[in-house]
Design a protein around this ligand. Sequence first.
Ligand code: C2E
Ligand code: CA
Ligand code: CA
Ligand code: CA
Length: 279
Amino acid sequence: AKNCGKNNAKLYSSSLTMQIMSHVQLEVGLRKALQNDELYLLYQPQIDVSSAQIVGVEALVRWRHPERGIISPTEFIPLAEETGLIVPIGEWVLRTACQQAMAWQQMGQRPVRVAVNLSAKQFKDENLTQIVLSTLHETGLPAELLELELTEGTLMDDARATMVTLEQLRGIGVYLSIDDFGTGYSSMNYLKRFDVRALKIDRSFISGLPQDSENAAITRAIIAMAHGLKMAVVAEGVETGAQLVLLEQFGCDMAQGYYLGHPSPPESIHLMLGQQFAL
Ligand code: C2E
Ligand code: CA
Ligand code: CA
Ligand code: CA
C-alpha cells in the first residue's frame, strides 16, 4: 500500500509538471499568436424573436495553434487574463470585429450589430474608452452597431470606477449588455443605475426548457424585470424549436444558440444575412 501511495504521488507530480510545462508553453505560444496571425473570429447570429431577422452577431475568438490545433477560448482567455495578454488580444478582437461588420455592409448587407466580449481586465484598462473611440473612428462603424458584453462580476468589482467607465462608453453611444446574466452576483439596485441596454440570460437557465419549470420561472422573471427597466433580453444557448416557442411566449426579444446558428466564419454569416430565417 505504501508503495502504491508513492507511485501515485510520483504520477501526480509528473502530471503536474506536464500541466505547468504546457501552461508555460501555451503562454509562450499565446504571446506569438497575435503576430503570427493564429487568432481568428467566428460570429454567431442573434435573432430577433418576433421578426426572425438577424439583428446582431457575437464575435467569438479561436486560436489555431500550429501543433495543438484549434484551442477554445475557455482554455486560453483565462491565461490571457492572467498574463495581461488579454489587452492586446482584446484590442485585436475589437478592431477585427468592427472591420468585419463594415465589410458585410460594404458587400451590400443591411447593417447588424456586432457584439464583442470584454474581460474584466480590459474593462479596467484606463485606455479602454480611447481604444473604443479610435477603433470606431478608424473602421467607420457607427457606435450603436458595436455591442460590448460585460459580465456581472466585471460590473460589481469596483462600483465607482465601473460607473465612470460605463458613463464614458454610454457617452460614445455603444450598445452595452450584461453577459451570462443570472450566474453572477448583481444587485438589483446597481442594475437600475448601470443603464445597460440588454441582458443576456445565461444558457444554464435555457438548457432545461421547456420542461424545467423552475428555470422557466426564472427566465420569465428576468424578462419581466428587464422590460420593466426598459432593457432588451437575449436568450443564450437556444438549442431547440420548443425553447424558441416558449421564449417567444415569454416575450423574449432576441435569441442566440445552435438552433439558430453556430459560431460561423464571416463568409457563412454573409450568406445568412441575405436570407430570412424560417422559424
Ligand atoms: P460566452 O460569451 O458566454 O459565449 C457563448 C458561448 O456559448 C460560446 O462558446 C458559444 O460557442 C457557445 N454557444 C453558443 N450557442 C450555444 C448553444 O446553443 N449551446 C451550447 N452548449 N453552447 C453554445 P465559445 O465560443 O467557446 O466561448 C466561450 C467563452 O469564451 C465565451 O462565453 C466568452 O466568455 C469567452 N470568449 C470568447 N471570445 C472572447 C473574446 O474575444 N474575448 C473575451 N474576453 N472572451 C471571449
Ligand atoms: Ca458573450
Ligand atoms: Ca454568455
Ligand atoms: Ca458563458
